[in-house]
Design a protein. Structure first.
Length: 142
């Protein structure tokens, strides 16, 4: 029996839109990561880019449970001595509304060139408007 590999030009890719308003951040990102990897398809291959495109809207209205909004810290090191910057979820979402979802989703994808390539297939917007209407994205429930 031969192993079948699907070529890039043979792969059918769909567009999906996820509304993150009021939904838990981990569940939104886990669903998006599975669709980006292509785990919802029968032709899933772990070392190939087989997934679909995902649009996440209302990223500024995503929910976190418990005290995570104040306790969860996002850290960034500038490279200089004493250059460790820390932000809580609330501060980061008011400065950059899409950043918490982007960091969480990147953590759920593989490290390396495949994960970086998959991050190009996701578009995250703070509001409910997005420019990819011509692709006719299908709504995806979380």
């Amino acid at each position: 029996m031969k192993t079948l590999f699907v070529k890039d030009y043979e792969q059918k890719r769909n567009w999906y839109v996820i509304d993150a308003a009021g939904k838990p951040m981990g569940r939104v990102c886990a669903k998006a990561a599975a669709v980006l990897r292509g785990k919802n398809k029968a032709s899933y291959t772990p070392n190939q880019e087989m997934g679909d495109y995902v649009i996440i809207i209302n990223a500024d209205k995503v929910a976190v449970t418990g005290n995570k909004a104040d306790d969860m810290l996002y850290r960034h090191y500038t490279g200089y001595v004493g250059g460790l910057k820390s932000f809580s979820f609330n501060k980061l979402i008011e400065r950059k509304p899409t950043e918490p979802l982007t960091r969480t989703l990147a953590g759920m994808l593989p490290n390396g060139r495949l994960g970086r390539k998959l991050m190009d297939n996701v578009k995250i917007y703070a509001g409910s408007e997005y420019p990819q209407k011509a692709q006719n994205p299908q709504p995806l429930e979380v």
